[in-house]
Every structure is written in structure tokens, then in C-alpha cells.
Design a binder for this molecule. Sequence first.
Ligand code: NAD
Length: 503
Amino acid sequence: MSKLDENRTKAAAYLSRFGETGVLNHINGASVPAASGHTFETISPVDLKPLAVVARSGREDVNAAVAAAKEAFPAWRDMGGVERRRILHKVADAIEARAEEIAFVESMDTGQAVRFMSKAALRGAENFRFFADKAAEACDGKALRSETQLNVTSRRPIGPIGVITPWNTPFMLSTWKIAPALAAGCTVVHKPAEFSPMSAKLLVEIAESAGLPKGVLNLVQGFGEDAGRALTEHRDIKAIAFVGEGRTGTMIMAQGAPTLKRVHFELGGKNPVIVFDDADLDRAVDAVIFMIYSLNGERCTSSSRLLVQDTIYEAFTKRVADAAERIKVGHPLDPETVVGPLIHPVHEQKVLSYIEKAKEDGATIAAGGVKVGVEGCYVRPTLFTNATNKMRVAQEEIFGPVLTAIPFANEVEAIEIANDVEYGLTAYLWTNDLRRALTMTERLEAGMMWINSENVRHLPAPFGGVKNSGIGRDGGDWSFEFYMETVNVALPLAEHSIVKLAQ
Ligand code: NAD
């Protein structure tokens, strides 16, 4: 039996448990269908066949989930960080124990290659461990002295949180939001993306099996315009942590305005990787390839614009094109596969439409540019050359394995091109000139920059974008700033004079 067949058999066994009931909501410790009884189908992008039916929730389901989160909040808040740390480490253990199941389910639901999804499942556990270790100190504050008073700050969890996540690496991404919220002492209602509903159900079940009290994490499945909207409008939800597209963020901000919702947005990107001719070009080629073709290019931090110094443009883009042609596209459960099928036919059409737009705008297709096979959403890793930054393929987020290469002459032009987009999530810079690296990072409009490196995450470091790429930062203590409120108590150090108004 080939490794692929072996993995298929295992995946079928893992998926079969959703067969009878479908993918249900999870409210106050119980698996429940939508109150209306409505469902929708989730299909696998591997072959477009249905994987399971999913609860299609509405306002009534959201109300029940928020009520559970509200009821569970005081006990979870008052439990104390040390005990929360213990429980969240158990959750991490339980995720590790079921990492293969999570990875296989995720691969079949999203099309992401299992080589990346197995790491993503383990990263989910790491997110829980990282924030578990910080749970006990999350409420700590500062002591600020004046001449007459000692001001002591501390932080309190804000209350029940709504977490709304997209379909790319959904398990890992949701733990990045849910773990710090729980560590802070908040309770959560999670609304995962309708294209990838399955691993969210695994997460809540795993968490409760590890000892997370019922009602602390609740799950409502369904569409953005009904379940998502109801969550953002609910009075008892104190904040919304959202990852997704900018235009959805705009809607969420408006929907949350009447209840003065605090929002944290992680949105899109059109991130540049800038390669100068003095760089280590062998490493740069590998990093460029990794940052656009891993995870199917369905990654907010992908470097989708390749800016290459004109002295090496032809040679460098040829190397990238050759490497792109050698990348294995295939079944996501095949351990050799790098690029699996894109999430859904609707998204595949969007990605393919940019291949047409590139041709119309005058770019050259140097690699890929074609759909693979007849069933499933497979698109070959694609490289556009002879592109300018004004072209649609250089300005708009495509969110697929599609790279646009643009030449530049010098530092000034590189910065001008890099910044000439509405987004500002990440930037990657390849040069061995330290002065150049430092001056460039001063001017690049991006929330996160890497020099001579692909995206290597360090969980205590801030994660987030500038411009239309988001509002707020995750990571380290920044996550707690969002999920908690700072309060201040002023204590007397000396007696000060109080102005007497009444004679
Ligand atoms: P999307 O905005 O379409 O959907 C995201 C979530 O929002 C889904 O759960 C959806 O159901 C929900 N939603 C939709 N309309 C809503 C509404 N009116 N009210 C409340 N919720 C609503 O995004 P997507 O297509 O699922 O994901 C891809 C996008 O996510 C890309 O733009 C990508 O760059 C971005 N992303 C950003 C980061 C980051 O860290 N910056 C990370 C991953 C993905």
C-alpha cells in the first residue's frame, strides 16, 4: 500500500465520525444542531465530493452560545491564572495526542498538503502552551508613583469574546486567538469559516476532554452574513477577534458599532520580497519559493510580489520559474505533495481569473498558469514576469500559488514599489549590506519585516499589519492587551490638599 493510500484510509476513518451527525455546533458542553435544523454541505477540494453536512446557525444559536459563554465567564475569570495554566497545558497535550487526526481532517477539508498541516496542528498546541505559561502573569500591571499617590494598574479579562476565523490553516489560526483569550480569563464563542468547518469541532471537543469547563469555549457553525453577523451584533460579546478579508472587517466594524465593540483585525496582504544583487541568491530563491508556494499560497504573510534588482532580474526569475515547474502538485494526503487543491471552486475561479488578468495587462507567464486535472481545484504554481506594480496581479490579493515579479533599479525605487499597495502586513528583504537593510526597514510600510529570511515566527514577537492589513497586534503580551482591560487604583502616599468648594 502506498503512503498516500495508507493516509487516505486513515483520513476516511477520522472523517467517518462526522458522517452520522454531521458537523454540529458545540454550546455549553453539548453537541447540538442548529435550532432551525438547517444545514449546509462542506465539500472537499480534492474531488468536490461532500465531506459532511454542517449546522447552519442563525441568531438563535448565537444567542444560546453567548448565553453559555456569559454564564461560564465569572467562574473562569475567578479561577486564577495558575489553574488556567494547568488546564491549557492539558489542552495542548490533548492536541498533540490527536495531531494526526487534526492534520488529516484539515487536509481533506481545506486541500492543504499534510506536510504543512501536521506542523500546523502541532503549532496549535504550541500556541496553547505559550499562552498557558503567561496566564498567571496576564493580570499584572505597573506601579506609577506621583508625589502623593501610588497608582497601581492591573488587567482584567474583558468578558465573552467572539472569534471569527477564515479558511486558511483554520485550526492553527483559531488557536492563535482562542488560546490567549482563554489564558486571559475570557470565554469564547467561535465562528469558523463556512469553507472549513471541521477542525473547529475537533478543537472544542479536544479542549473539553482535557478539562476545559463547559461553556468556556463554544462553537457556532454557519455563514458570515447570519451567524457571523449575529455574533458581532450581540450586546454580551465584548470584543471581536477577526481574521479575514478587509471588506469583511469593514462590515464587522459597522455591525459592532451600535454595541461599541472592541475589534482586532488581521486582514489581507500583498507582501513584497525584495532581492538585491548582493544577497545570498541560493537562499533567496529557496525562501521566495517557500513563501509563495507553501500552504498553496493561501497565506496572509505570503510574499506574492517579487521585487528583483534589474541587474539580476532575468537570471533570478528564471531560477524561480524553473523551481516552480519542479514543485509537486497533488493529493494533499500524499507526503510528497507541496501544492494541494485550492480551498473551493469559487476561490479557484478567482485565482484563475488573475491568470487572464495578467495576460490582458501584458505580463508574461513564466511558469504554471494552468489548472491541473479535471476534478478538484488544482492550479500549478505560477510566476508572472515582465510585470509592473500597476497591474492588477501586483495590486490585488490573489491568495493562491501565484507570484508577480517586478524589476527595480535601486533602493529608492524598491521602497516606492514595495509601499505602493493598500496593504502593509509583511516585507522580506534580501541583501548583505547592513546599512541598506536598516535604512530600508525604516521606510518599508509593513507590520513585520524579515531580513535574509522567510517568515519564521517567534511567539513573543508582535504579529499584525499596518495600512489595510489590520488593526492591533497579537503575540506575547500584545494579545492580552486586546483580551483584557487595564484598571488603575490610586493609593495615598501622603495627604494632599483637597480644594474646598463649600464654605
Ligand atoms: P472572509 O473575510 O471572507 O471570511 C472570514 C470569516 O468572516 C468567515 O468565518 C466568514 O464567515 C466571516 N464573515 C463573513 N462575513 C461576515 C459578516 N458580515 N459578519 C461577520 N462575519 C463574517 O475571509 P476568507 O476568505 O475566509 O479568508 C481569506 C482572507 O483572510 C484573506 O484576505 C487573508 O489575507 C486573510 N487572512 C489574514 C491573516 C492575517 O493574519 N492578517 C491570516 C489569515 C488570513
